[in-house]
Design a protein around this ligand. Structure first.
Ligand SMILES: Nc1ncnc2c1ncn2[C@@H]1O[C@H](COP(=O)(O)OP(=O)(O)OP(=O)(O)O)[C@@H](O)[C@H]1O
Ligand SMILES: [Mg+2]
Length: 253
């Protein structure tokens, strides 16, 4: 089967292709199941995951970030660069090839966490260059340029605790982009900000990933901006069984 699909006009290269992927989570008799009958994400696409709290957005993002092992997978293919063949991620998990998964994550994926996830004892500059250091990328000019674009250049020598929440969030975005990954995954990156700051930072984030030609998947509560920013919306809906023991979310997109 060819690893492309026909969209409106041109065949698009898929960065993700999931079929019959399931992730179950069990805790004290209240089980959660995320079912993905089919999900295809094209290289360069901008996706917004939308759904209420507890519907499985973070669960899906962790699967896509290769952080969490699917409970079942008919197919889970990942093709981070147009020239490479699609990688069989389901096979990597089955064979417990955790080092390979870790390397892929490090090289190809940037993750922006809701809480920022910055290392408190490193300066902003050190936080920004961390992912590049791990890949032996020592040219810091790119980091300076990114910091300027994010408006945090004058804070480079500060510790995260000396920044405002919005500034920290911009550093977290910068850190996820600094090594120029193929894809950036952002879990409610503006949740702790007021609506005006959230809108500004989200717009800046999308502008940057577009300029850098990076695929983006973002879970966000800033629904009203999703359309304005040109994101493709994937909605998650949860159904709870009659006895209340199982909540299931089905995702298609
Ligand atoms: N480690 C875990 N063990 C068991 N169940 C979990 C675990 N983490 C999450 N869950 C359950 O899985 C479901 C989905 O959680 P998830 O964190 O993916 O939701 P979410 O859409 O990201 O929510 P929010 O918008 O609040 O961040 C929830 O019902 C949650 O209680
Ligand atoms: Mg979440």
């Amino acid at each position: 089967m060819s690893f492309t699909t026909s969209s409106a006009q041109l065949p698009r290269v898929l960065i993700y292709h999931l079929r019959e992927v399931i992730k179950t989570r069990e805790a004290q008799g209240a089980n959660f199941r995320l079912t993905v009958p089919s999900l295809q994400i094209g290289l360069g696409e901008k996706i917004a995951l939308i759904g209420e709290s507890g519907c499985g957005k973070s669960t899906l993002l962790d699967l896509l970030a290769l952080l969490s092992r699917p409970s079942e997978a008919g197919a889970f293919r990942f093709r981070p660069e147009g020239t490479l063949d699609a990688l069989d991620i389901a096979h990597y998990w089955r064979k417990k090839q955790l080092d390979e998964l870790g390397d892929l994550r490090k090289q190809q994926i940037g993750y922006v966490m809701q809480t920022g996830g910055l290392l408190p004892y490193l300066t902003v500059r050190q936080n920004l260059t961390l992912s590049r250091r791990l890949l032996n990328m020592y040219d810091d000019q790119k980091v300076d340029e990114l910091a300027r674009n994010l408006g945090i250049h004058r804070h480079l020598d500060k510790l995260p605790s000396q920044l405002s929440t919005g500034e920290r969030q911009r550093v977290a975005i910068g850190r996820a982009l600094a090594h120029h990954p193929a894809i950036v995954i952002a879990d409610e990156p503006t949740a702790s900000l007021d609506p005006i700051a959230a809108k500004k930072i989200m717009a800046l984030f999308i502008e940057l990933v577009e300029a850098m030609n990076i695929t983006v998947i973002v879970a966000s509560h800033a629904w009203m901006h999703v359309r304005e920013l040109g994101l493709r919306r994937i909605s998650l809906h949860t159904r709870v069984s009659e006895n209340g023991h199982l909540a299931e979310t089905v995702v298609r997109g």
